[in-house]
Ligand binder design. Structure first.
Ligand code: TLP
Length: 343
C-alpha cells in the first residue's frame, strides 16, 4: 500500500516490471515512415484480437475517438451519442471542434439507448436538417458506473445502422472489463462497431496509448488524420512495447478489479449519505450519489484525502475506480475512512 490509496481512475496504474523491461529493450524505428517494428506488432496484435482488418496506435483514447468521428462523418452531418457518454461530455467537444458535426444526445437505460428512439432520431438531410451518419456506443459505460451495455441492445443498434446505412463507432476504452464481466468475447463486441477503440492506459496498466481499429482504408485515412492532429510520434515503439505486454498479460486479471469494485460497493452502500445499488456495479467503476448533512461532495473528498484515500467527483456523484494498484489494504483503508467520516 502506498502513501495514498488512489481510486481516482484506473489511468493511475503503474507499468509492471515486465513493461519497463519491454520499454528498455524495444526495437524502434520512425513510425511516421511506417517502420517502427514494435508499433507494427502492437497494431497487428490488436487487429487480430478484435477481428478487425487494421489498427492504429494513438497517444490517447480521445485522439482515437476524434479520428474515428472525423473519418466517418462530414460537415453538415450529425452523430448520435448517448447522453452521458465520454465522447460527448468529456473529450473537449472534438465533435464540433475537429469534425464540425452536431452530436445528438439520446437518454438511455444505463448506457443502452432505446433502439426505437435512436431510429426516430435518424435524419435524412434537407435544406434545414443535417444528415445522421454515425452512432457512437460506449461499453463498459464510464459515467453509468461502469455498466455493461447488453449485447441485445448493441445488436439492435447494429441492425438499425445497417438498415439506414450508418456507421457505428464503439468507444471501448474499457471493453476488456466488459468482456470479463459479461463473458462476451472481444471479437463479438468489436463486430458491433465499424470501428472500435480501446485504451491500453487504463486497467491494462500500460503507461500510455490507445488503439483504433477498423477497415484498412479507414485506418489508412486515420493515419493521415493522426498526423494532422499532431499524433505522428516517430520512434514510439518505446511506449508501444508495454502495450504489447498489456494485451498479452493484463486482460486476464481484469476480473479482479471488477470483483473488488463490487465488494467495495457492498461495504459502503449502507452508510448514511450514500445512494448506491451494489447490484449495479458490474465492472471496476463505482459511482454513487452523495447527500450527507455534514459534508458537500468537495468536503467529503477532502476528508477522504486526509485519510489518504483519493477519489473524484463526477456526473451523478463520486467515482471510485478499482485497478491493479489498489490492493486489499487499500480497500480496508477506504472502508475505514468512509465509516469514520460518515457514521
Ligand atoms: N476517461 C478518463 C477521464 O477522462 C474521465 C477516466 O479517468 O475515466 N472513453 C472513455 C469511456 C473514457 O473513460 C476515457 C478516459 C476516454 C475515452 C479517453 O481516454 P484518454 O484519457 O486516453 O484520452
Amino acid at each position: 500500500m502506498g502513501e495514498f490509496s488512489d481510486f481516482r481512475s484506473d489511468t493511475v496504474t503503474h507499468p509492471t516490471e515486465k513493461m519497463r523491461q519491454a520499454m528498455a529493450e524495444a526495437i524502434v524505428g520512425d513510425d511516421v515512415l511506417g517502420d517502427d517494428p514494435t508499433v507494427l506488432k502492437l497494431e497487428e496484435m490488436a487487429a487480430e484480437i478484435t477481428g478487425k482488418e487494421a489498427g492504429l496506435y494513438c497517444p490517447t483514447g480521445t485522439m482515437a475517438n476524434s479520428i474515428a468521428v472525423k473519418a466517418w462523418t462530414r460537415e453538415l452531418e450529425e452523430a448520435i451519442v448517448e447522453a452521458r457518454s465520454h465522447i460527448y461530455n468529456m473529450e473537449s467537444t472534438h465533435m464540433t471542434f475537429i469534425s464540425r458535426v452536431t452530436p445528438r444526445p439520446i437518454s438511455s437505460d444505463r448506457g443502452a439507448m432505446p433502439p426505437d428512439v435512436v431510429e426516430q432520431n435518424i435524419k435524412k438531410p434537407s435544406v434545414h436538417i443535417p444528415q445522421t451518419s454515425l452512432i457512437c456506443v460506449e461499453n463498459s459505460h464510464n459515467n453509468w458506473s461502469g455498466a455493461v451495455v447488453p449485447m441485445d441492445n448493441l445488436k439492435a443498434l447494429r441492425e438499425i445502422a445497417d438498415r439506414h446505412d450508418l456507421k457505428i463507432h464503439f468507444d471501448g476504452a474499457r471493453v476488456f472489463n466488459a468482456c470479463s464481466a459479461s463473458g462476451i468475447s472481444i471479437k463479438d463486441y468489436a463486430a458491433i462497431g465499424d470501428s472500435i477503440m480501446f485504451c491500453l492506459s487504463k486497467g491494462l496498466s500500460a503507461p500510455v496509448g490507445s488503439v483504433l481499429l477498423g477497415p484498412k482504408d479507414f485506418i489508412d485515412y486515420g493515419r493521415r488524420l493522426r498526423k494532422a492532429l499532431g499524433g505522428g510520434m516517430r520512434q514510439v515503439g518505446v511506449i508501444a512495447a508495454p502495450g504489447i505486454v498489456a494485451l498479452t498479460e493484463m486482460r486476464d486479471r481484469l476480473h479482479e478489479d471488477n470483483t473488488r469494485a463490487k465488494r467495495l460497493a457492498e461495504k459502503i452502500a449502507e452508510l448514511p449519505g450514500i445512494s448506491l445499488d451494489p447490484g449495479q456495479v458490474e465492472t471496476n467503476i463505482i459511482i454513487f450519489g452523495f447527500d450527507h448533512p455534514k459534508y458537500t461532495i468537495p468536503e467529503f473528498l477532502s476528508g477522504l484525502r486526509e485519510e489518504k484515500v483519493l477519489a473524484l467527483a463526477t456526473t451523478g456523484g463520486i467515482r471510485f475506480v478499482c485497478h491493479k494498484d489498489v490492493n486489499n489494504d487499500d480497500m480496508s483503508r477506504a472502508v475505514k475512512a468512509f465509516q469514520k467520516l460518515l457514521t
